[in-house]
Write a new protein. Sequence first.
Length: 644
Amino acid sequence: MASALHSGLSGMQANQNWIDLIGNNLANASTPGFKSSQATFAAQFSRTLQAATGPGSNRGGRNPVQVGLGVRMADTARNFAQGALTNTGRVFDVALQGRGFFAVSNGLTNYYSRVGTFGLDAASFLVDQRTGHQVLSPSGQAIQLDTESLLPPQATTTGALTGNLPKVVTGPLAEVLTAASEFTDGEPAELSSANVGPYTIPTGETWTMKIAVSGGAPQTVSVTSVSGTVTAADIATAISALDGVAASVNGGGGIDIETDRTGDDVSLIVQSGASSSDLAALVGFGTTLVRGSESAVTSSTTLNDLPANVTDYVAGDVIQVSGFDADGTPINATFTYGAANDGTTVDDLVSFLDNLYTGATVTLDSSGRIVAESDTPGESGLALSLLDGASSTGATQWAMHALAVSTEGTGPDTVTTSMEVFDEAGVAHTMTLTFERQADASWTVTPTLPSGDGTVLSAPITGLRFNDDGSPIALAQLNSTISLSITGQTAVQDVALDLGQDGAFTGMTQFGADGEIFVTEQDGYGAGSLADLAVDADGSISGLYTNGESRVLGAMGIATFINPEGLTHAGDNLYAASLNSGPVNLGAGATGSAGSVVGGALENSNVDTAEQFVHLIEAQRGFQANARVITAQNEVLRDMVNLI
């Protein structure tokens, strides 16, 4: 009967231990890095009342008859499942995503933890702030960070460029002046009489007609007979006295009228006089509007043939020429009209102008406009204007043919960028890179330094070319290393430029877009002081410096075990190796099962409180049931005593 008491007692003890374990789990539900435990029960040895027998010839076998002797807690297995991470923002709060452990040491014993609440002590050692234990590196040494030293400068040796050079050629261009309108060979509006003279008009009578020129007010022509007739010359003289027209007797004895001006805009119309004294009908002039005409200039077109000519030039008339040559030299000359002088034709005037300009060429283009083009590309002060002399008889409306800039003079296409170059002392210098398109469509790169910073010793980089698709070609043939002599430095500093790859679009390109070049990388920097710290995924600790650079100051070791459940609790969220955990493997993070290190975060407890409360109910009921066994056995023993 005592076995029932012992079985109930063992059950109470086992369930009490389970309640203790659950209580510990719940107590650490908010402990960073805590790993919950679970209980495993096993039956005690059983008391055999009858051994098993095998089957015989006449009867079958029998199973053993055994009564258990209770229960015991056989194992407390830890659950090393990953806990959720909480960001803290603190640099040396670190967590692990994986199966690894941080390694710390008190100088005598190494311990292992999932909780990285680390910090620096007064000697710049990385320590566990809960215990003061020093954090170990992958080599098992204490981690001491140099937070005081400056990061030494590094001279620039390479630079990488990317960007676009324009495909469309916009320079170099020579400056061009073009006349506002073209020269044409103009013809006057003409009208001839159908009748020839002399013309019969009664003595003493006056006959009239009217003539309108180019839309102007009609002008009256009057002739009076003194002898019963008037000659063609008399009428021609009367017509020539009008403004804008002239008349003459032609070879057949008739009268020809023509306008003084020429061109499409000139018109002529004769209007009849009174019916009984109509001079137009007598002479035989039609009363239909006639117009002048224009055609392309020829080598024989005279200045007087131009529609802009208001009054015909006569020999000795002068046209003033003024302006500036392409190099800014003032031009002041006089063109004298006349066959024995500088000429009478448009071609004569253009040739005269061309001879005046030594830095530009003056021509007549296919449309008949005067064009003056600088002989060299680039900006210029080219100018040309024409004006009739004050004492000249002839006059032309030169404003109709005034020359203005039609093409601005520009230099070759250029794209400029700048690159910061550090010398060996960490002093920054600005190197300007000018890309200039050449006549053969290649590009030349010219590096320069500001005055006082030094000089460029190497020649410009020449022959930068591109395929039709805009990718660079034959970059290996370029000498893209720039040699600099920097003021204050004795050694020559070479900077190799990376312009991209042949046939690729990762560096320099030549597309139909605006030109823009960027320096994406250069390997130099000045001295810098420590500005911040960061922890990388492999456990390395990087210093971030004021010059934008970083360097590794140390690294945390990450320990792994074959059987992490075999580790022994050492308090303060620390574990110690045991005979069953296997040997420690200390190395870098982010390799194998070690897991990645996450800076600025802590791992939460992996305790599931809902699950623990369910187990707590189970343990409580188990304890109660075993207590009832002892109570029942006590009643039986009491009844036995009462039998006596």
